[in-house]
Design a protein around this ligand. Structure first.
Ligand code: FUB
Length: 352
């Protein structure tokens, strides 16, 4: 075989290999639910019912070509698009860019999973983003409309850190923010609310890092108390070790109340479960109960749980559209309780 012939064969093989790598379908899975939108990639859906309409506050995944790393550098999002629909299964509206990173004065890079709340006649969008020193903090932006556009406050929330804010209104009208995420979310760098850029992840035999909570001020723009750790424990009251990575907290905190009990749910990250734990107070302790959603395609999962009329729904994401872990799509599925208040485990996909 001549060199020219050999080169032609090698080039043709490379073209075939790269075509296969880019081609998504056929997917090796069958899926229970469909992506809510397919014209953009969306993730981390925080759903709320405002004025009788369902609003979804997701991350907006974009292919920026940033190299994949263990700190999630490839999740390099630049803006938020808010989605809405009148009912589950109804038409989904994309309200366009509601907040752009270039309009957040203190932001550096990576707009990660947001949440929203309504109080004082105003809608508040809470978002994690790395500041100009590359340290994640949490910011807030306001609007008179649930879909924005939102105007960011000039600085991050004082004393805030890490990622994945979830803002929960208790029945007495008090608002709390749950937050935190390890690995790329940098929670391991914060001990006693002090920052140490060199602090390492815990070892398997050490106590797992705990999620955080802080009450919000009446104007919804600051913490009204020092940030506290949340005790997440097993049925014997023991906190998990880092080695219990199928149960310990990783990121994606969400709080909802059902029959007077506080349900704290979260992602276990590297073991890919969405789990929940139940407590009697917004501060916990929360006792681990089980899995809500088994692992889906893609490395991350992140959810919200909302009641709409007489049913409950789980909003989550997977990577059905792209097959790539940083280009996700949000979905919704019904969530059911057993008579004892436990949640029925969901499997949203099956290998073909
Ligand atoms: O979307 C970026 C990050 O991935 C989120 O903040 C995490 O919860 C995970 O979904």
């Amino acid at each position: 075989m001549s060199i020219k012939h050999l080169l032609t064969v090698v080039c043709s093989m490379l073209v075939i290999i790269s075509t296969i790598a880019q081609k998504r379908n056929p997917s090796p899975f069958t899926y229970k639910d469909k992506p809510l939108v397919s014209h953009i990639y969306t993730a981390d859906p925080s759903a709320h019912l405002f004025n009788g309409k369902i609003y979804i506050y997701p991350s907006h995944d974009t292919a920026t070509g940033t190299k994949e790393d263990d700190d999630g550098g490839h999740f390099n999002m630049m803006d938020y698009h808010i989605l809405s629909m009148d009912q589950i299964g109804g038409k989904v509206t994309d309200h366009g860019v509601s907040l752009d990173i270039k309009n957040i004065p203190w932001a550096g890079r990576q707009l990660w999973a947001p949440d929203a709340a309504y109080a004082n006649g105003t809608y508040y969008l809470y978002f994690p983003v790395k500041n100009k020193q590359d340290v994640f903090q949490i910011g807030v932006a306001t609007s008179k409309k649930p879909e924005g556009p939102f105007k960011a406050e000039p600085e991050a929330i004082k004393g805030s850190y890490s990622i994945d804010p979830c803002v929960f209104k208790d029945d007495d009208g008090t608002y709390y923010m749950y937050f935190g995420g390890i690995w790329g979310g940098q929670l391991q760098r914060w001990n006693n609310n002090q920052y140490d850029a060199k602090a390492a992840l815990r070892k398997p035999n050490e106590q797992a890092i705990l999620p955080r909570i802080a009450k919000l001020t009446k104007d919804m723009k600051q913490f009204d108390e020092g940030v506290k750790e949340i005790q997440l424990v097993d049925k014997n009251g023991k906190t998990f070790l880092e080695g219990n990575n199928d149960k310990r907290f990783f990121e994606a905190a969400w709080m909802h109340k059902y029959n007077g009990k506080y349900y704290f749910s979260y992602s276990t990250g590297d073991s890919h479960n969405l789990c929940y734990a139940i407590g009697d107070s917004p501060y916990g302790p929360f006792v681990y109960q089980g899995i809500i959603l088994k692992p889906v395609e893609g490395w991350t999962n992140h959810h919200s749980i909302v009641q709409i009329k007489d049913k409950w729904y789980l909003f989550y994401h997977d990577v059905e559209l792209s097959g790539q872990t940083h280009l996700r799509n949000v979905k919704v599925t019904e969530l059911k309780y057993n008579a004892d208040g436990s949640i029925q485990e969901i499997a949203a996909q099956e290998r073909k």
